[in-house]
Design a protein around this ligand. Structure first.
Ligand code: KMH
Ligand code: ZN
Length: 284
């Protein structure tokens, strides 16, 4: 494990919504533009520096509608200093061509999953040609990708991607381990550390998230190993046994507290922008 990647502070990403949970089942899920902006403001205050956004339509269904995506990006950008990352993964039913159009909304960052993976009862498709097209488009638009790694094989695919396409815009390589998805990499410290050990030397920072029950063990393991954190209701709806998450900021606050206890306090948005080499698109 490279000590050069072990930061003195912690980048906290909030993934507040995702594409999988239904508003009817989880009323606290932020799905409207107003709820998204309110969530972004509260999570920034609680210590988040980056927001990973999936947009919902007026019926609370996942959407890649370009108008709604742009409205989300602009709304969060106007109300906060958070690094605005749009999901290009969308929902597993979204067509690949449409997932490429996400970059038209001019986000600061975009997710880029490094391969196809089991996703519960479904399959999350990320064929090689799509990964290359998305990466080249992000380079062209000066959008910083966050490489999402659901499997150890995805780490190897990232090596291949860098060999074929070079470094991202800005020269930093940030990856996020998404662990604990049913059928994919387990949410265990052992699996996470195996992935970290395989990271190409070009990687400058890494974070991790654990789905569901893996949430807290992965927070602890990532902090102990020098990594950053992703939390949020996209990944975890349960704060503690018998206690549903009522607001994303609860998860951010707890992550910030644990990081601070570990002497790795939350990173400011300014520091996050420098860490990820984000192009300045701010309007305020
Ligand atoms: N919703 C998943 C199918 C991403 O945002 O890029 C994909 C996902 C990853 O959440
Ligand atoms: Zn996502």
């Amino acid at each position: 494990m490279s000590t050069a990647r072990s930061a003195a502070s912690t980048l906290i990403t909030v993934a507040p919504t995702g594409a999988e949970s239904a508003k009817a089942d989880v009323p606290a899920l932020p799905t409207t533009p107003e709820e998204l902006v309110e969530t972004a403001v509260a999570c920034e205050r609680a210590g988040a520096a980056l927001i990973h956004i999936h947009v919902r339509d007026r019926e609370h269904q996942p959407t890649l509608d370009p108008v709604l995506l742009k409205e989300a990006v602009d709304g969060v950008r106007e109300a906060t200093d958070l690094v605005v990352q749009l999901s290009t993964g969308g929902a597993i039913t979204d067509p690949l061509e449409q997932r490429l159009t996400v970059l038209d909304a001019d986000p600061d960052s975009c997710s880029l999953t490094c391969g196809t993976t089991n996703f519960g009862d479904g399959v999350f498709l990320n064929p090689w040609g799509f990964m290359v097209d998305l990466y080249r488009l992000a380079q062209e638009r000066e959008v910083v990708p966050e490489f999402e790694l659901f499997e150890l094989g995805h780490v190897h695919a990232l090596r291949r991607l860098i060999d074929e396409c070079g470094l991202p815009f800005g020269g930093k390589v940030h990856v996020d381990f998404v662990t604990g998805v049913p059928g994919s990499m387990p949410g265990t410290p052992q699996a996470l550390l195996a992935g970290v050990a395989m990271l190409p030397p070009e990687v400058t920072s890494w974070s991790a998230t654990g789905i569901g029950r893996a949430h807290l063990p992965i927070v602890a393991a990532a902090l102990a190993a020098g990594g950053h954190l992703r939390v949020g209701m996209e990944d975890n709806l349960v704060f503690a046994k018998g206690q549903p998450v009522e607001h994303n900021s609860e998860l951010v606050t707890r992550a910030a507290q644990i990081a601070t206890l570990m002497q790795r306090p939350p990173m400011s948005t300014t520091e996050a922008r420098a860490t990820l080499a984000i192009k300045d698109r701010r309007t305020r």
